[in-house]
Design a protein around this ligand. Structure first.
Ligand code: HEM
Length: 510
């Protein structure tokens, strides 16, 4: 972490109380006589216990298990035609960054090799403030209606009564929300068990907007592609490692950096104009869909390298607070409703997990000065000194009027309405292409045995049949192979509305 003091484990320091007073006997406690009660006046002892009692902060409600490191983002290509972000003003600019990789469903002590998507969160410290990339290692997600998120996550947490994880809850949800099947295909391929946190790609998943100096914008998706490729584990090895070395992911990341095999990624954007977005077959605000590379090629923008392990895991990784709403000028969120919900959810959970001044913690504090009218609250470390606490001494940016007007590109007129997406044949096209055109025979065989191992644990015949009908809607052979592996008769495809209904709905509401 920048500007962090480097401590030696044996640095000759004198042991002190928390107020800095030297202590001769760290293990001793004051008591009355030889066998008497302890004394309230022994601040050292009471403070030791009181601080210990408060050591734990809430673990992240999702993505609780993770590994972190520091490194840099380097601009390798000029993209000033796309964005005015100061980071990209000059090719060669390097910005110190912090990454946190994670699994999603398990608790803080769970195994690194669990079958799960992986979180890939990066804090890039730019001269215009911190820009967080809160990405996953898969280009798509399980849902596109944000209200489903807490329900879906609960199905991977413990049963309220038995405190056990329950495959019926998981498949009950997935089989009734088949827009998840694209992500399910990725999750139960060997990509669901990456070989270490640092051997995988990262994807924004959501559409963002890059706005250039003239106020013109493009829709973008950001991709980080691991140099050397995405390495995976097979199911048996991942399971074995989960038992033998639950910290496999943290360990291999630390070892790679310590041996100076610095993990690196090439960073790309896919771009789309608003006109292209209107004509595109899929809704760019639906993160269960990808943008085909053939139509929207990857354009290189930078390089991301990890070259430093944290001095202190808690301070620099556990306390790291990433949020998709931590953006910089020249980058805007799209109106993807899942992204919009996340803009709220992360800062909200940080205020709960770390406190209202979480942005002042050293790992989160921007490298540029913060000047605003937020004051006080617990642990106000940078309380902005004598500066007035109302608008007076700080000048807002003077916008070029035209650029600002142009940037107000999207107009939203209408009444508030409730929206919930519906399933059509459109939702099966991309998973079908993944199964039929991307997976080779080995990948298909692994997928079938990986999924059979999990779905075979489902007790409800209804849930199993329903999920097999979802797979049959993707591809009958895919469903039949899983059915055979779990000893279930063939199931007919789930009946859904034609793709034209989704396209017509989108066109009419645009
Ligand atoms: C409505 C949808 C979602 C909600 C409400 C949500 C909410 C959350 C919350 C509350 C956390 C814990 C953060 C913390 O305690 O620091 C979290 C972590 C995370 N989420 Fe999401 N999430 C959603 C979808 C997604 C998606 C689509 C992605 C990726 C494209 C994603 C990536 C991550 C990552 C990488 C972390 C871990 C960040 C870290 O390492 O500190 N989430 N999410």
């Amino acid at each position: 972490m920048p500007s962090q003091q480097v401590w030696n484990t044996k640095d000759g320091a004198t042991y002190t109380t928390s107020n800095g007073a030297p202590v001769a006997e760290p293990y001793a406690a004051q008591r009355v006589g030889f066998n008497g009660p302890l004394l309230l006046q022994d601040f050292h002892h009471i403070d030791l216990l009181a601080h210990f009692d408060r050591e734990r902060i809430p673990e992240r409600v999702v993505h609780a298990k993770g590994a972190g490191a520091h490194g840099y983002f380097e601009v390798t290509h000029d993209i000033t035609d796309l964005t005015s972000a100061a980071l990209f003003k000059k090719v060669g600019t390097k910005a110190r960054s912090t990454v946190r990789f994670s699994t999603v469903g398990g608790e803080s002590g769970s195994a690194d090799t669990a079958r799960d998507p992986r979180g890939f969160a990066i804090k890039i410290r730019t001269e215009e403030g911190n820009w967080d990339w809160v990405f996953n290692n898969t280009p798509v997600f399980f849902l596109r209606d944000p209200a489903k998120f807490p329900h879906f996550i609960h199905t991977q947490k413990r049963d309220p009564q038995t405190h056990l994880k329950d495959p019926d809850m998981f498949w009950d949800y997935l089989s009734q929300n088949p827009e998840s099947v694209h992500q399910v295909l990725i999750l139960f391929s060997d990509r669901g068990t990456p070989d270490g946190y640092h051997n995988m790609h990262g994807y924004s998943g959501h559409t963002f907007k890059f706005v250039n100096a003239e106020g013109k914008y493009h829709y973008v998706q950001i991709h980080l592609r691991k140099d050397g490729g995405f390495k995976t584990l097979d199911n048996a090895t991942a399971g074995k490692l989960a038992g033998e070395n639950p910290e496999y992911g943290i360990q291999t990341l630390v070892e790679a950096i310590e041996s100076k095999n610095f993990p690196s990624w090439t960073v790309y954007v896919q771009t789309m104009t608003p006109e292209q977005a209107e004509k595109f077959r899929y809704n760019i605000l639906d993160l269960t869909k990808i943008w085909p590379h053939k139509e929207f090629p990857l354009r290189p923008i930078g390089k991301f390298v990890l070259d430093e392990i944290p001095q202190n895991y808690f301070a620099e990784v556990e306390q790291a607070a990433f949020a998709p709403s931590h953006l910089v000028p020249g980058v805007e969120p799209s109106t993807d409703p899942v992204l919009q919900s996340r803009l709220f959810s992360y800062p909200d959970t940080h205020r709960h997990r770390l406190g209202v001044n979480y942005q002042q913690l050293p790992v989160n504090a921007p490298v540029v000065p913060v000047s605003n009218f937020q004051r006080d609250g617990p642990a106000a470390y940078n309380n902005q000194g004598p500066r007035p606490n109302y608008q007076s001494s700080i000048s807002p940016l003077t916008y070029k009027k035209k650029a600002y007007e142009d940037a107000k590109h999207e107009k939203f007129i209408g009444n508030a309405s409730y929206e919930l997406s519906f399933i059509t044949e459109l939702d099966f096209e991309q998973p079908r292409a993944l199964w039929q055109k991307v997976f080779d025979d080995t990948q298909k065989a692994h997928f079938v045995s990986n999924i059979a191992g999990h779905i075979g644990g489902v007790k409800s015949k209804e849930i199993l049949a329903r999920q097999l009908s979802v797979f049959a809607a993707v591809d009958q052979d895919l469903s039949d192979r899983i059915a055979k592996a779990v000893g279930h008769p063939t199931v007919a495809p789930l009946k859904v509305a034609p793709a034209s209904e989704a396209i017509a709905f989108r066109t009419n509401t645009q």
